[in-house]
Write a protein that binds this ligand. Structure first.
Ligand SMILES: NC(=O)c1ccc[n+]([C@@H]2O[C@H](COP(=O)([O-])OP(=O)(O)OC[C@H]3O[C@@H](n4cnc5c(N)ncnc54)[C@H](O)[C@@H]3O)[C@@H](O)[C@H]2O)c1
Length: 247
């Protein structure tokens, strides 16, 4: 069946790879991002590869914008069966220097943005009696990371939210799981390296049992499995595609 998938943060990094994997699995893909031009480029690339795809611009922290984007997706592709939430922001600030404004922005994008997207699409899944939700959290939400109090708290919230949603909808054909990446080669990670907030790739690779950092495809393949028909009995789980970095 040609299911409809919505990927937030689909214009870059992990989200872009997830879009490619879902499209190759035969999904119709909607790429949502606050960077509308980059989202358009990804959708064009997917169409060039033979997929049915569209893009839509929205800031996930803005509920009205998320709802309007969902209306565009439903009009163009149909009700949403699959949601992957990759939109997120990351940064490093000493705990005592986290302003209330920064704290609230991190929660608004990373946690409340995830909440908005799930709540906006879940009625489609309930109506269909089938759904797949994959949130992209972070190892920081599992272990905490120094100078990431705001980010770690928001991502731990994403893990808790995903488990609650999984329990609430498990009897209605809807699964919800979270992937908490550790270190994946994306513009976000490279930015943190160039700001000297995290070590160079060779150093990080030595911290990871698998001996290398992750690729966006590592996450894309894991997300595509969790969104497949075959993964229908997997729900409420933390599926850490991280090379063994956090167990
Ligand atoms: N790369 C890693 O090592 C790593 C590790 C742990 C967790 N993560 C998480 O993975 C997710 C994707 O990260 P990435 O590395 O691909 O980063 P990225 O910066 O390459 O991509 C993030 C995308 O999200 C979009 N976005 C940001 N804020 C948004 C908003 N308010 N509304 C809509 N779109 C928004 C950006 O425009 C961008 O296209 C994030 O949630 C991040 O926290 C990444």
């Amino acid at each position: 069946m040609t299911r409809v998938a919505l990927v937030t943060g689909g214009a870059s990094g992990l989200g872009s790879a997830v879009c490619g994997h879902l499209a190759r699995a035969g999904r119709r893909v909607a790429v949502l991002d606050r960077d509308g031009a980059a989202a358009k480029d990804v959708a064009e690339r997917l169409r060039a590869e033979g997929a049915q795809a569209m893009s839509t611009e929205a800031d996930v922290s803005d509920r009205a914008a998320v709802d309007a984007a969902l209306d565009r997706v439903r009009a163009e592709l149909g009700p949403v069966d699959i949601l992957v939430t990759s939109a997120g922001i990351s940064g490093f600030v000493a705990f005592e220097e986290i302003s209330l404004e920064l704290w609230e922005r991190y929660l608004a994008v990373n946690l409340t943005g995830t909440f908005h997207c799930i709540q906006s699409v879940v009625p489609d899944m309930v109506a269909a009696g089938w759904g797949r939700i994959v949130t992209i959290s972070s190892a920081a939400g599992q272990t905490g990371t120094a100078r990431q109090g705001h980010y770690s708290a928001a991502k731990a919230g994403v893990i808790g939210l995903t488990k609650a949603v999984a329990l609430e909808y498990a009897g209605r054909g809807i699964t919800a799981n979270t992937i908490p990446p550790f270190a994946v080669d994306t513009p976000l990670m490279r930015g943190a390296q160039s700001d000297r907030n995290i070590p160079r790739t060779e150093t990080i690779s030595r911290m990871i049992p698998a001996g290398r950092i992750g690729t966006p495809d590592d996450i894309g393949a894991t997300a595509a499995f969790l969104c497949s028909e075959a993964a229908g009995y997997v729900t409420g789980q933390i599926i850490a595609a991280n090379g063994g970095a956090v167990l």
